[in-house]
Design a protein around this ligand. Sequence first.
Ligand code: FES
Ligand SMILES: [Fe+2]
Length: 413
Amino acid sequence: MTLSGSLTSPAPRTVGNLLADYRPGWSLPQDYYRSEALYRAEMDQFFLTEWHFAGLASEIAKAGDYMLFDLCGESAIIVRDAEGRIHAHANVCRHRGSRVCLEPRGSARRFTCPYHAWTYNLDGSLFSARLMDGIDHDKLGLKPVAVEEFCGLVFVSFAADPTSFDQMRRDMGPLLRPFGLDRLKVAARKSYPVAANWKLLVENYNECYHCAPAHPEFARTHPTHMDGDRMKPLNKAMVERAQALNIPTDYVDTVGEHCPPGSVDHTFSRHSLYDDVVTGSDDGKPVAPLLGNLAGYDSGAADVYIGFFNPFLIYNDHVVTYRFIPDGIDRSVQEIIWLVRDDAVEGRDYDLQRLTWLWDVTTVADKTIIEKNQLGVLSRYYEPGPLAGMEFYTRRFLDLYTSRMARAADLPA
Ligand code: FES
Ligand SMILES: [Fe+2]
């Protein structure tokens, strides 16, 4: 051993080293779940730069209506201006940086910072700065945050140069039109804290290999063998019913490929429920009025992604959407939002308990599964294992995640 050799410390581990250890078709190596440096890189380079579903345009229907969108330390004020346009502003005062808006939602003529009372217009421009002359108002407006509205759904990205919605709008608009997503309201929101790294939540959501053993309630109404020949006759019957109802059917059994660089990720697939089941509920019977222009039930459910982190499960009478919210390297929050037609009245047209039962009980079970998964991946005995064919969406997530993280290859892990 040379003197210089004995004094040389090993090169610091980088995201690039970690990516080299990823074996496509296998679960992630352990360091992906325990490196604080990697977690920070994930947030900066990937999670916060993707598009996230923030709420419905109908939640801010009138001029001045606003809602906050908080994620991983960032905060955006999403507000409708006097001309009806939706803006998103960084919720960071241009004086000395305080949060400007503190209430999660409301209606305002202007936003006044609680610290020294700088005041901003709805479009983000600076209206007044108390006792200060000679500052350039034009340069001190709230910074813009990227926001897009699509089919009445509002999405936010904290990226400086977020991916475009154009291709997604062209592909997904016609497929989603029958479901009237622009005429929805929030029926319920619920948050489930999960003691696990955020990637385990996403990995779990994206596969139904675990559905048969882990979700007996779900398996009563949803076939859980979605990869095989056994689905084909069910889907064929669903297609015939769907065509009679003018629901587009040319996507059945397809899974979107990775979207081209520059396009927001999007996929649409529709699968059959069991023949005597029309929606996701305890007994398979309807739980809310039919969505949009639908004339009936085809016993189908659509799995839709608009952006990498925004799954929408569209039944004919309601929509369930998930949010994955990191809260540190080993803690996350799973949020579920249930959406129904905007003119549906609770107690008359839908019962909240019946509406939310299936995905509540399923998510409670998932929380347990995922927390056990977290314990295992941190064990000294853990090593990556092979994914099943039914885990193709999880494989897709891991491939996309590692490809996006390549941009952070030089950062420490
Ligand atoms: S930090 Fe907002 S007015 Fe001073
Ligand atoms: Fe699950």
